[in-house]
Design a binder for this molecule. Structure first.
Ligand code: ZN
Length: 269
């Protein structure tokens, strides 16, 4: 994270410097008034036509804006539509699945993996009391992990806590999570897509799109969505298109390149 921020700062500085240098040479060649005057021209007075034309979204690849789309609570009957949309856009995502749903929609789980997406755990029950008060968190994640392994032959280690890690995932539970060698991802952008059940697409879709896009301002974003709500699926192609327009590249979680993203800032997870 820190490395990226530094890289970004350097790239912006370099881009800004290029603009300045470009303008100075323009000024020098234009201002051949014989008096040797080389005043620095203020940017606001430079005609737009001679300003640097390229937006510094990507400068020699030094700025990368990366977004991870993540889908919780599935697979569900409409997960294949999400997979179709991802495929159409030639991008991949990260799915945090419920154990019972994985069993019910085996073929969608297999498709998620076959098509290059990452599949992680999202518990068996999604029950706050069972997971966090009774303390079944790790045992439910282990059970979900084994279901995923049986169906896909892959044993994942990343999980997303239902309702997020804060406040439920206490120190005691985090100790258990670390001991089990699990990793935990929360998110940076909550689409709040689940809130718009029973709302017509004409208002739910723009709201979800806006929830995501208005918050997509950093060079690394992890977006929380759900692949079990029709309004999320309707909003998805627009979200992808608009994130692309903002210069984002889409990545899927990779265990070899894990970075910490939990609300507790617990660097074991
Ligand atoms: Zn959930």
């Amino acid at each position: 994270m820190k490395h990226w921020k530094n890289g970004t700062r350097m790239a912006i500085l370099y881009a800004a410097l290029s603009v300045f240098v470009g303008c100075s040479s323009q000024q020098t060649s234009d201002a051949s008034d014989g008096k040797g005057s080389r005043k620095v021209q203020e940017a606001a007075t430079i005609p737009v036509s001679v300003r640097k034309k390229e937006e510094p979204l990507k400068y020699n690849g030094q700025i990368r804006k990366v977004v991870y789309l993540t889908f919780d609570d599935g697979p569900g009957p409409e997960t294949d539509q999400v997979l179709d949309i991802l495929k159409l856009n030639n991008i991949h995502a990260t799915f945090f699945v419920m154990g019972p749903h994985a069993k019910q929609y085996k073929e969608f789980l297999q498709r998620e993996v076959q098509e290059g997406n990452y599949v992680g755990m999202h518990s068996m029950t999604h029950d706050y009391k069972k997971l966090y008060i009774q303390g079944d968190f790790v045992s439910e994640m282990k059970e979900t992990q084994q279901i995923i392994k049986q169906i896909t032959n892959i044993e994942p280690h990343l999980l997303r806590p239902p309702y997020g890690s804060m406040p439920g995932l206490t120190q005691k539970l985090r100790d258990q999570v670390a001991d089990a060698h699990f990793k935990v991802w929360d998110w940076t952008i909550d689409s709040l897509d689940w809130k718009y059940n029973k709302v017509p697409f004409s208002s739910s879709v723009p709201a979800i799109v806006n929830n995501v896009l208005s918050q997509a301002n950093r060079n690394l974003e992890v977006v929380l969505l759900h692949d079990i709500h029709p309004q999320s699926i309707q909003a998805l192609p627009i979200i992808i298109q608009k994130l692309k327009e903002k210069g984002y590249e889409f990545e899927t979680y990779n265990e070899q390149e894990h970075f910490m993203l939990n609300f507790w800032h617990d660097n074991r997870l």
